[in-house]
Design a protein around this ligand. Structure first.
Ligand code: IMP
Ligand code: MG
Length: 178
């Protein structure tokens, strides 16, 4: 698996440090409130579980699954809901947890969709941001790192369901996906 990686972009230590930072910021911002973290399956699982351990206030977790990519490396621009929330978010503070924003189409759609359920507030925490590729205009309150436009894998991010178990973020060799 390691032979498929061109370069390590973010090490385990760098990720851990940043996740700790975001967790303590969230704990301060929502002090005295109760929070629902909504993970977007499957890419956010690693980030979400690490982040949750760094949050010191009451919070619950729920998940949604959407598809916009299939098994390719380019967004299709079409968002489909594969799994919806288990619990109501009405009148609750919500943070959507994502692994990476590329075009922003997935998150734009999710925010609109979840706003229809009348949460008390809704924000985004996203580990990685491909700024130069943005098509939709969305505000991300908690952001890990701006990253260059390479195909990235590891720490939850996949290519065709592989590489999620790498403990770091790496640039995938072009020969693997071209
Ligand atoms: P968007 O709707 O174009 O913003 O796409 C966001 C989703 O595409 C993310 O949740 C990822 O699942 C996937 N994605 C975008 N860029 C990458 C990448 O570099 N590696 C792996 N998945 C990616
Ligand atoms: Mg995703």
């Amino acid at each position: 698996m390691k032979n498929d990686i061109e370069k390590v972009l973010l090490t385990e230590e760098e990720l851990k440090e940043k996740v700790r930072e975001i967790g303590s910021k969230i704990s301060e911002d929502y002090r005295g409130e109760e929070l629902v973290l909504i993970g977007v399956l499957k890419g956010s699982v690693m980030f979400m579980s690490e982040l949750m351990k760094e949050i010191s206030i009451y919070c619950s977790m729920d998940f949604m699954a959407v598809s916009s990519y299939g098994n390719g490396s380019e967004s299709s621009g079409v968002v489909r809901i594969l799994k919806d929330l288990d619990e109501s978010i009405e009148n609750k503070h919500v943070i959507i947890i994502e692994d990476i924003i590329d075009s922003g189409i997935t998150l734009e759609y999710l925010i609109k969709y979840l706003n229809g359920r009348n949460p008390k507030s809704i924000e985004i925490a996203c580990l990685l941001n491909k700024k130069d590729r943005r098509k939709a205009n969305i505000g991300v309150k908690y952001l890990g790192f701006d990253v260059p436009d390479y195909f990235l894998v590891g720490y939850g991010l996949d290519f065709a369901e592989r590489y999620r178990n790498l403990p770091y973020i790496g640039i995938l060799k072009e020969s693997i996906y071209k």
